[in-house]
Write a protein that binds this ligand. Structure first.
Ligand code: LLP
Length: 435
């Protein structure tokens, strides 16, 4: 299915014209397609049919309550990396048994919360964390099922900032040190080491690194079993890439076939932690052009969206398609444009010398592939309210996160007594600023 497509000359999300959403909600705004979320989940889960597998959506990619509700409704569990994500998953109705708690630096409080919640599994990433979790579990009077995340030293051949499975990365326990980690876990009273976890990076566009990592995991499991460990769970992480531009990420069926080949004979219960592949193409960021500015050497399209709304281009030089909401004529001449936001940094640039059809001030544009790592990475830099989020389902839509007012944004700040009232004794109106 094509979730975002032109109809009658206007870019639509399912049956809703994006211009109607811009009129109703304002811009910038994230727009998600329920049909795309559902189709992505079904494609992923469907490819794994026949395997003993659970899909724990890596909700760091998009933790909006409505997005979670759609995926939970399809049967997704959750891969969480903070107590906050765990709470959101539970609020979305995901049972504790459907939750895997990952992350390289969980605090004692977060571990205690995960133990109290009774999550399916906690993935441990260091010796120090083994000790801390065991102590927490003993305090709670139980032994908790854990997987140890190994670092297989495989190059995921993706962007350096989202590569996680090399020796020099902070993640997991080096595969050479992992046998000792399992031995330690076995000796600790609060832990039940039942699984091996691996995640080598994000936006992988080739199957080979997955294959290499999973093959190493399989060998490692055989070695552990020979040492008497009853390993019956594997967590194979996430990382499958999507098409932003001209990438050719592995098809789900090919990925699933590779999983069967590499680990299928181990008889383990499998967990997958897909994030981007479930939500990435299910969202766009809709923005309006404020100004068209012709410089000496560059033509700038200045949008009302900025790096605080969609950080990926500034942080990773990520490429997102930019589509005018009004369909350009097929023979429209394209002109190279620098597409930028209003934030006071040169890094607030979405695209450099991007060939675009004629677009002018007041026109709407949509960034594709913004459903993953878009809204969740937004901030209020420059005191810009983070963009609201809208969910479309067929011919209806709803605001699923509103744009905060400026007063809501400053409500949690306060001025200490010794500074007195800011403006000549006048009572400020923001909550928490009076007195
Ligand atoms: N599991 C673990 C342990 C992870 O660290 C991640 C992502 C995932 C699963 C989900 O990976 P995915 O299926 O989404 O590739 N902000 C970056 C991506 C960061 C990924 C962090 N970890 C971006 O915008 O590209």
């Amino acid at each position: 299915m094509i979730p975002f497509d032109y109809r009658d000359g206007v870019l639509h999300a399912e049956d809703i014209a994006l211009s109607a959403i811009a009129d109703a909600v304002g811009t910038p705004v994230y727009v998600y397609s329920t049909a795309a979320l559902t189709a992505n989940y079904r494609a992923f889960a469907g490819a794994l049919e026949g395997l003993d597998a659970r899909v724990c959506y890596a909700m760091k990619a998009n933790s909006n309550a409505a997005v979670l509700a759609v995926l939970a409704g399809q049967g997704a569990g959750a891969d969480v990396v903070s107590a906050g994500e765990m709470a959101r998953a539970r609020l979305a109705g995901i049972p504790a048994e459907g939750i895997v708690f990952s992350g390289v630096g969980k605090t004692r409080e977060e571990l205690a919360a995960a133990v109290a919640e009774g999550v399916h599994q906690i993935n441990v990433e260091s010796l120090s964390e083994l000790d801390m979790l065991s102590a927490v579990a003993v305090e709670a009077g139980r032994a908790v099922p854990i997987a140890i995340r190994i670092n297989p030293d495989v190059d995921a051949r993706t962007h350096a900032k989202i590569t996680t499975g090399r020796k020099e990365n902070k993640f997991g326990i080096d595969i050479d040190d992992a046998p000792a980690a399992f031995a330690r876990a076995r000796d600790l009273p609060g832990l039940d080491p039942v699984g091996v976890a691996v995640h080598i990076g994000s936006q992988l566009t080739e199957l080979a690194p997955f294959r290499e990592a999973y093959a190493r995991v399989a060998d490692f499991v055989r070695a552990l079993r020979a040492d008497g460990f009853a390993i019956d769970r594997l967590d194979l992480g996430g990382g499958i890439g999507i098409v932003y531009r001209d990438e050719t990420p592995p098809a789900m069926d090919a990925y699933a076939a590779m999983v069967r080949e590499t680990v299928g004979d181990l008889g383990c219960r499998l967990t997958f932690e897909p994030g981007r592949v479930l939500v990435g193409n299910a969202g766009v960021l809709l923005a309006r052009v404020i100004h068209l500015k012709q410089g000496h050497t560059r033509r700038f399209l200045i949008l009302d969206a900025a790096m605080n709304d969609l950080l990926r281009p500034a942080l990773y030089e990520a490429w997102h398609a930019i589509r005018p909401v009004a369909e350009p004529p097929p023979d429209a001449e394209e002109v190279p444009c620098d597409v930028v936001g209003p934030v006071c940094e040169t890094g607030d640039t979405f695209a450099v010398q991007r060939p675009l059809p004629p677009i002018g001030a007041g026109d709407l544009v949509a960034f594709s592939g913004a459903g993953a790592y878009g809204a969740v990475m937004s901030s209020s830099y420059n005191s810009r309210p983070p963009a609201p989020e809208v969910l479309v389902d067929g011919n209806r839509f709803a605001v699923v996160r509103k744009r905060p007012t400026l007063m809501e944004m400053v409500a949690s700040e306060s001025v200490p007594d010794w500074l007195g009232n800011p403006v000549s004794g006048a009572a400020p109106t923001a909550a928490g600023r009076t007195g």
